[in-house]
Design a protein around this ligand. Structure first.
Ligand SMILES: [Zn+2]
Length: 503
């Protein structure tokens, strides 16, 4: 009876006086701009994925969490998002670390770390992209792009390697705003390239050497440079021009600058409309990185008893464009905040409430949604958004303690949590299908597609019923069981967990 209330009643409050325009900091323009995709209601988004030569560390995951929240917020705003991410499974590091002598061995080595990466993403509740593109599966596309550039006079060859002639691309530097000298200084850091006409030039195709894994192609035997993979794969899946491209700030130059040069030189069209870059995770004043040795993987933190969801919380506790200091104190604070969020939902689910609804509560809820959206519209100010959630939580906790919350406020409040959670993803479902400690094994439901709307609704109802029972509110538990019954399903409590099926 109360499903959909937040969209109608709360929506009415929340929409009043809100500009509702999402503003993002665009590295390309150097300004905070209103975000409008090329095609109405549809966003095409590309994010640079991991290089799978080792486990990703928490500093890497700060970027992936930021991108996950961005994607979820775009959906919150009513956009459909198509998200493509690459997996860099061939480069100097993967070849060096794997010791592989052929492509099969290389792929076996990198697949282990690709799998580990997505396991970590799962624990951090980072959604899988719509398209995960392995570089090694897209060699023909990269070769074709290099051939186009060659035909247009943007390349030259030296000892079997092919380079991009940046003097030929007049817009070079427009993203990083570096002048020729700055580019030169940066390019010198770019290793292993000899025989370049200009130190600023970068490699598109690397000639094979010392029996390294390589491809036989019309360009000769070799392998692609890192930059060309992102250009080729993003344009393949998203078109010559797309809306959003994200990464960490250290990718602005040279990686993203080079992507622009390759793509725009090939297509003669603008490549990407909005570039968004996340700041680093800092450890004692320095960027967390593999090369500095000051890093933790998610696995390291789990071994120390840290809940991955607390890591997610910590990583979003500061807006993505500000540097974030990594400390164990930060993680312990995050664990406490998470516990408050979970306790609140449990209380909201199970507390006995008086009949009716409270006008003040409805207004507080509408205001919280409004503040949340306003904060997120402001270039994803997650710190402010979390503050809006906790202000609301405090008000409702007070209302519950003073017996001011009505039974009719329960479902809209729980729906409001779902609304926040659609973006933040901090409330863990009380029911998991796997055997995590403390979770409830859920079996059955075979006739319903996992993750479908019905599936999710039933899982949520079962979760609420479980929480009601834990709080010994059996009247509410029975009421929820009836609701599930009305939907055409029955649930049974078994030794293995809760089973549910069609009546
Ligand atoms: Zn990239």
């Amino acid at each position: 009876m109360t499903f959909g209330v937040s969209e109608s009643i709360l929506g009415g409050f929340a929409r009043k006086g809100v500009t509702k325009v999402f503003r993002v900091s665009n590295t390309l323009s150097g300004k905070v701009e209103e975000f409008h995709p090329l095609v109405q209601h549809h966003v095409r988004m590309y994010t640079c994925g991991p290089t799978v030569y080792d486990h990703a560390h928490v500093g890497n995951f700060r970027t992936f969490v930021f991108q996950d929240i961005l994607k979820r917020y775009l959906r919150f705003k009513g956009y459909q998002v198509r998200h493509v991410m690459n997996i860099t499974d061939v480069d100097d590091k993967t070849i060096r670390n794997s010791g592989a002598s052929d492509l099969v061995q290389l792929r076996q080595y990198t697949d282990r770390f690709t799998t580990a990466f997505f396991e970590d993403c799962g624990k951090l509740r980072i959604e899988r992209p719509d398209v995960v593109a392995h570089a090694t599966d897209h060699i023909p596309e990269m070769v074709a792009l290099i051939q186009t550039l060659k035909a247009k006079g943007y390349t030259y060859e030296k000892d079997g390697s092919i380079y991009f002639k940046i003097a030929q691309f007049k817009d070079y530097g427009k993203l990083s705003k570096l002048d020729a000298e700055g580019i030169l200084a940066g390019a010198r850091v770019d290793v292993d390239e000899y025989g370049k006409q200009d130190a600023r030039d970068f490699v598109l195709w690397k000639a094979t050497k010392n029996g390294e894994p390589h491809w036989e192609t019309p360009l000769g035997p070799g392998r692609p440079g890192w930059h060309v993979e992102c250009s080729a794969m993003s344009m393949k899946y998203l078109g010559d021009t797309f809306d959003l491209h994200c990464g960490a700030v250290d990718l602005v130059f040279p990686h993203h600058e080079n992507e622009i040069a390759q793509s725009e030189a090939a297509s003669d069209k603008p490549f990407v409309r909005y570039w968004m870059h996340g700041e680093h995770l800092i450890v004692e004043g320095e960027k967390m990185s593999k090369s500095k040795g000051n890093f933790y993987t998610l696995r390291d933190l789990e071994e120390r008893g840290i809940d991955p969801l607390a890591v997610r919380y910590a990583l979003q506790s500061v807006p993505y464009r500000r540097q974030l200091n990594f400390t164990f104190d930060l993680l312990h604070q995050a664990e406490k905040s998470l516990a408050r969020l979970h306790d609140f939902r449990l209380r909201l689910t199970t507390e006995k409430l008086k009949p009716g609804s409270n006008q003040k509560v409805r207004e507080a809820t509408a205001a919280a949604l409004q503040d949340f959206e306003k904060a997120m519209d402001d270039d994803l100010n997650t710190a402010q958004a979390l503050a809006a959630v906790f202000d609301w939580l405090r008000e409702l906790n007070t209302a519950i303690s003073e017996n001011e919350l009505g039974e009719q406020d329960r479902q809209p409040s729980l729906q409001t949590i779902d609304r926040f959670n659609a973006v933040l993803e901090l409330w863990r479902p009380a029911i998991d299908s796997h055997d995590g400690a403390g979770s409830i094994k859920l079996t059955g439901g075979a006739s319903i597609e996992f993750g479908s709307e019905v599936d999710q609704k039933i899982r949520r109802l079962i979760e609420q019923r479980t929480q009601a029972r834990l709080a010994r509110n059996f009247a509410l538990a029975d009421q929820i069981r009836d609701q599930i019954h009305e939907m055409g399903y029955v649930i049974e409590d078994t030794k293995e967990g809760i089973r549910w099926k069609k009546r």
